[in-house]
Design a protein around this ligand. Sequence first.
Ligand code: B3K
Ligand code: ZN
Length: 883
Amino acid sequence: MRTEQPKTIYLKDYQQPDYWIDETHLTFELFEDHALVHSRLALRLNADKPQKTLPPLVLDGQQLQLLSAALDDQPLAEGDYRVDAHSLSLQPTSAQFELAMTTRIEPQNNTALEGLYKSGGMFCTQCEAEGFRKITYYLDRPDVMSRFTTTVVADKGDYPVLLSNGNPIASGEHEGGRHWATWEDPFPKPAYLFALVAGDLVLIQDSFATMNGREIDLRIYVEPENREQCGHAMDSLKRSMRWDEEVYGREYDLDIFMIVAVNDFNMGAMENKGLNIFNSSCVLAHPDTATDLAFQRVEAVVAHEYFHNWSGNRVTCRDWFQLSLKEGFTVFRDAEFSADMNSRTVKRIEDVTFLRANQFAEDAGPMAHPVRPDSFIEISNFYTLTVYEKGAEVVRMLHTLCGAEGFRKGTDLYFERHDGQAVTCDDFVKALEDANGLDFSQFKRWYSQAGTPRLEVHSHWDAATGQFSLLCKQSCPPTPGQSEKLPFVIPLRMALLDSEGQEMPLKLVGESAARGNETVLALTEAEQVFTFEGLAEEPLPSLLRGFSAPVKLNYPYSRDDRVFLAKHDPDGFNRWEACQALAVDVMQGLVDIHRAGRPLLADQRLIEVYRTLLADNALDPAMVAEMLRLPSEAYLVELAEVADVEAIHLVRETLRRELALALRSEMLARWRQLNVAEPYSAEATAMARRSLKNTLLGYLMIEAGDDMLAACVRQFVEANNMTDRQAALVALVNSPFEEAKQAALAQFAERWQGYPLVMDQWFSVQAICGLSGALERVEALMQHPAFNLRNPNKVRALIGAFANQNLIGFHRADGAGYRFLAERIIELNALNPQIASRLTTPLTRWRKFDSARQGLMRAELERIMALEGLSPDVYEVVSKSLA
Ligand code: B3K
Ligand code: ZN
């Protein structure tokens, strides 16, 4: 058990800093066994804070060795300051002074990948949220914004490229083969946006002319072997820059924009000012090595980090409780960008699928927290789906309520009013209110109340008057620390459909003007009735179009209603939603049937909907693919009160088989039509065709004959792109054809052993496979030479994929899956606490399962809890899950 209880930090305790740092001058001397960090800080008393005497200066610092310190050039003696495990304090004697310090750190031993560390042969940094304090003593908080000048000194042969934020202003050579470069960032920034890179990197260069005609030098730095894989990231960057000008009027502000790809990185990427550092998985993309999904992820992450230059960097967060100010807004921005670049409906379907299976589960679990949390122990634990994805839904609702034009007026005001400031979510909402003359005080409950609201809708049809009423009731389940919730503002986008599937004109009783064929009802009360009049026949409502609010909607649709909507709803998103909901309903019914010991038979209506889809050549093939995809096991777990692991897995597999067998000839026909040799294209239409073709391949490989097996193997061998090759591999790995499967796996590993990102896919495919023996396979793969517990991508690809996406394998009844995960968490706790903490999520969901599994999962959590030297990261998640 840990001796020191980690401290909880509260939003209500926020206070401005006592001092500001106007200027930060840093010099890094990089060596193989240590680095020296020389800092010179220009400090000034915060005059806005009423204080009678000069307060002590308390700088954050962790795992640092202080070699020297001087105040206004006077060296400090040991008694002049105090150093403990988290800080350095001293008593200033004037309101303005300069502090110089030298610290010694060991980047080569930094396995937590926070602060300054080595990834392969390169030095790099990750400072958000509180990593800068592992580099030097500082006021490591986002409301302290400073102008940085950075000099990097290193061996020229091993580290020919030396980078930091801003513009390069000088460079030169030292004796003994060392060289240096100085960078100056003209924009004041918090320390979390600081970055440094030193390595042997090649450069891919391009340029971008801004809306005001400024030429921006664009650079992507990668290790030499990855040179050919940067084109897509560069194109995505240029498209993002143009889009932010067109949609938000935001121009880039420095003369140079750099991206560096590193192999060891805790997250996707980081928006450091002018020097974004990326997980190589979010930069590198070549058709031979990356799937279409990976291409889309690169595009989205490049855009996301670029957009942060305004939503995050120019206007930043006052404190870390406001994280969603930049993350929710920026996720919304990148989602809209991707929607504009690709299919809007498909992008929304993907995002909603992800949100419902994962964020809803977070909202229902022990770590549930509001979009703006009230407290935390370790801020790294709050880079969550709630802050990011639900935060983006909150911004989307604001966009819906303001309208596109009003929203733009609001963001213009926000950027103008707060440029160069560190602000709060309230400031963001205030700008939208002021620009539109709206009052969002009730709406702001989305920022402070946790949990997923439930929306129960019933209807009443009065044939005599032609009136149709919707009775809407909202509620929100209790979450940790919040037992009672007040009503939310819920924008409900909806339409009414006639028996032909046509939208009917909407006129609300009591309103003079009609509302067209689609409207947004703003729900504000716990119970509310909306009555439409002038209807010639009883309508079928199409509700929550485009998932206009992150709620769980319940309307008593019959299966026939859903079939009708799946075939006729003019709104693409709700067509998909009807198909999903029908499949969910069918599967939930089958789970009950299975538990009653009766035979599992698929509902013919689902088969008929699929048959219609397969014949629909007018519908976007990517949409058809989305509709043919059964809801995931994870989503069914989320929906269940108590999830029956075996039943969910069996029912889903059985239904897939039933569908495959019943629709064999239709699937084969459509597959043949799509399975034509064609040159590779990265166009959205080509991706859409591949998506449907490979979804069908998955079905056709169920109880496949020799012909299909041969076709699948052929696709694996002859594919001219990774999407097709990987889809064939997945189909083979999940098939009973042992010989073909082993041959494909061996061939794949042999061919791609030199490509870490491709090997990640190879690990994942095997980790996710639901056939028996999964845990043994994963354990064996941990011994594979390409696996490395210190590399977060490998941990996610193998261990994360197994625990999160292999329901039946991970939840083995004997608890061996849980034990395996706990052991890895314990190992990683010592190496990389952030990754260890993230890996804990599946165990925190123990309340969802039967009592035997609950006991086994809790036992593992308790074992972790008892660990000597438990990191605050893991401690927070585990203690909250056991509470
Ligand atoms: N802002 C970073 C996340 C940093 C996470 C630190 N634990 C990436 C992003 O959201 O763009
Ligand atoms: Zn972000």
